[in-house]
Design a protein around this ligand. Structure first.
Ligand SMILES: Nc1ncnc2c1ncn2[C@@H]1O[C@H](COP(=O)(O)OP(=O)(O)OP(=O)(O)O)[C@@H](O)[C@H]1O
Length: 426
């Protein structure tokens, strides 16, 4: 889709944080001290314009759903600001938030779970109208329900208004869930993976319906998905999320034709190509998504990034990962030579930019230093080495000093904005 014409800002999000206490005692949760915290949404800012479709795209656990729910007040932010047409929503008591909910609606992934099996569509759709006192009297309510069923393509409306969810196909159920979301005349609909549980054959039809509704009744969408291909089809702009942050945001053209962040570039290369002749090698970033409760220093993506360089935030954990992944690929003999030189990784100590790697039991730290120098010479393309400033042997191991890392904000790139130090102005 083409970029939206400049319009008014509907939602303004500034430095939004949603942090969850995990594995914490009751006292730690109440006082906020002790225990671990997951930064599900971590300092997110963006504007959403009236009539646009913004995609929130990322791998599982990147914070898409939490961000979408926080926009609607369904999750209480830890701090930051969400304004609806200039009016602050964060911190509003529930009684003041409730009337706003008619303007802010959600469509969920599982249409089956989002409809009450014991209610006809007439009852289910009438409910929000009654709660928000949007109609006066049964006749008006019934007419509004029928009109909305027609809008979402469920006709003859008489038949569908008397149906129960179990009478409907998956696609019809999602149409009914959309009808319930739009019947209050919302401004913003957050659609969380609205087609991912549907048959392939109906996915495009539901997205087409949502586009059609946007034009006909003036909706703005936030579309939460892990599926870049559907975001390309459906969205005007896309925000790529990683460990609670937006790491790149731009128009669909910018993101798909000229992705700037190495993470976005890898995700786009990994989109399955239906035509086998054109298929590129799938190239997902190396390694696992890190533990959200212990995000990497500096740029959170740096341990997986093929383009990482000296200031990306190298630390002790990267040293361990480098050694372990090297040993996975080594033959028995060389593994047998190298492994005993390194001590217990649980004793790997680190301060912010400094790691102390213990030598193996009875081994000379000088031998360990020589091993690290040898690996560096053998694997000069391993990005971690760009961040190693100094290594020297000490009494019981080797001290490795890293370049101080920088946590990148979203930088201007001449296209999309990207949180990557490749675009840091000098
Ligand atoms: N209520 C909660 N309590 C603790 N941690 C949570 C809670 N909700 C989400 N999280 C954590 O926050 C992070 C972001 O989760 P979220 O569901 O928003 O990600 P997502 O990108 O939508 O993932 P998915 O595609 O799997 O739904 C994850 O690490 C998740 O485990």
């Amino acid at each position: 889709m083409s970029a939206p014409v400049a319009t008014q800002t509907l939602i303004e999000v500034r430095d939004l944080n949603v942090h969850f206490a995990i594995n914490a005692s009751f006292k730690a949760r109440v006082t906020g001290r002790g225990g671990a915290t997951v930064k599900a949404v971590d300092g997110v800012s963006f504007d959403l314009h009236e009539g646009e479709v913004l995609g929130l795209v990322g791998e599982s656990g990147s914070g898409k759903t939490t961000l979408g729910r926080a926009l609607l007040g369904l999750v209480r932010p830890t701090s930051g600001s969400v304004k609806l047409r200039g009016e602050e929503l964060v911190g509003l008591p529930e009684r003041d938030l409730r009337p706003k909910r008619r303007h802010l609606q959600m469509v969920f992934q599982d249409p089956h779970a989002s409809l009450n099996p014991g209610m006809t569509l007439q009852t289910a759709l009438a409910h929000p109208l009654q709660i928000h006192k949007l109609t006066s009297g049964d006749a008006e309510t019934q007419a509004k329900v029928r009109e909305t069923l027609e809008l979402v393509g469920l006709f003859p409306t008489q038949r569908f208004s008397d149906s129960f969810p179990s009478d409907l196909s998956g696609g019809q159920k999602q149409r009914a869930a959309i009808a319930r979301a739009i019947i209050t005349g919302p401004d913003l609909v957050v659609a969380d993976e609205p087609v991912s549980m549907l048959d392939m054959s109906v996915r495009a039809k539901i997205l087409d319906l949502m586009i059609d509704l946007k034009e006909r009744i003036g909706l703005t969408y936030v579309y939460v998905t892990h599926d870049l291909a559907s975001a390309k089809f459906f969205c005007d702009r896309v925000a790529i999320m990683y460990l609670g942050r937006i790491v790149e945001i731009g128009t669909v053209d910018e993101i798909f034709n000229e992705p700037k962040h190495p993470y976005t570039q890898a995700l786009i290369r990994a989109i399955p190509e239906p035509d086998p002749d054109k298929a590129l090698p799938r190239d997902l970033p190396r390694g696992e998504i890190p533990d959200a409760a212990r995000p990497p220093l500096g740029c959170s993506f740096h341990p997986r990034c093929p383009k990482a360089f000296n200031i990306c935030g190298w630390e002790a954990r990267d040293l361990q990962t480098m050694l372990e992944s090297r040993w996975m690929d080594l033959g028995e003999d060389r593994y047998g030579e190298e492994r005993p030189l390194v001590g217990d990784f649980s004793k790997l100590k680190s301060t912010e930019h400094d790691a102390f790697l213990p030598a193996g039991s009875g081994k000379d730290p000088g031998e360990l230093l020589a091993l690290l120098e040898k690996i560096r010479a053998e694997e000069p393309d391993e990005p971690m080495w760009t961040g190693v400033k100094e290594m020297h042997a000490e009494a019981h191991g080797v001290r490795v000093t890293f370049e101080p890392g920088i946590d990148p904000p979203l930088y201007e790139t001449g296209g999309a904005k990207a949180a990557c130090l490749l675009y840091k102005p000098d």
